[in-house]
Design a protein around this ligand. Sequence first.
Ligand code: CO
Ligand code: CO
Ligand code: CO
Length: 316
Amino acid sequence: MKLPKDSNILVGMERSDDAGVYKISDELAIIQTVDFFTPIVDDPFCFGQIAVANALSDVYAMGGIPKTAMNLVAFPIKEMEISILRQILEGGLDKMNEAGVVLLGGHSIEDKELKYGLSVTGFVHPDHIIRNTGLKPGDKLILTKPLGTGIINTAIKGGIASAEITEIITRIMIMLNRDAAAVMQNYPISACTDVTGFGLLGHLAEMVVDTSCSVQLHAEKIPVIPETFEYAKIGFIPGGAFKNKEFRSSIVTFSAGIDPIMQDILFDPQTSGGLLIGVKDTLAQGLLDELRIKGVSHSTIIGDVTDGPGGRIIVA
Ligand code: CO
Ligand code: CO
Ligand code: CO
């Protein structure tokens, strides 16, 4: 595909960043992103909240503030009660209100399978864009939400997860990355992305491929929702985890002691996952403390950036 050229494109499609960024003036650029998917929880209101938290996340990951949104809806109007759609849209609106985002419109089509999401526009100062590249040797990596939503959702669909664990992961998925992003914006961040469909290692791979940096992850430090291990052990691993592994395993080295189950968890596709932030080592502890004080309580330092051999991830 021939990519468009325009001197106002600050972040385009060259390097799978979280969102596109287009310069309006020397003080203002817009961030644009779109995301929608099929329901991952039974409760329609919660599904709406999750879909919106997930769609807004890419704007936060770029260092911006989401401002406006449009609903994207596919709905099986002949088979499903319209009240279900109303609850989804109410859940979505509730999250947009929390984020200070205004809904300007939307579009719906009839479809066999229900889908909901948003297209989002955010603002950022052109000099303060946070890209997914820019990690430097000596940086620490911070992850702000625990892993495991893909595996636990698979267990929920398999009918073996308790109501309690469903409630726990719903709360994690509906949590906006806004507070994490607000804290992050007070620091000179090297790079940031959000952990979604490619899993932790897939999104980390996008941060290091074709760079001269490597990353060393400390497996025992990585926050994981505890039940994830149990469900993964009995086989509730989504197909996406294996695809992610196949796609990126050539650049990842696991130390001999890393449990194969943990390897799958590190590739588990996440919905509305946390921010993955690279920051200078001298600032990392301060940033971490501030994240936790602001209620981003799962935040953890999970790894180090080293110089060479470039483009590799070592999990030890
Ligand atoms: Co993203
Ligand atoms: Co993205
Ligand atoms: Co996205």
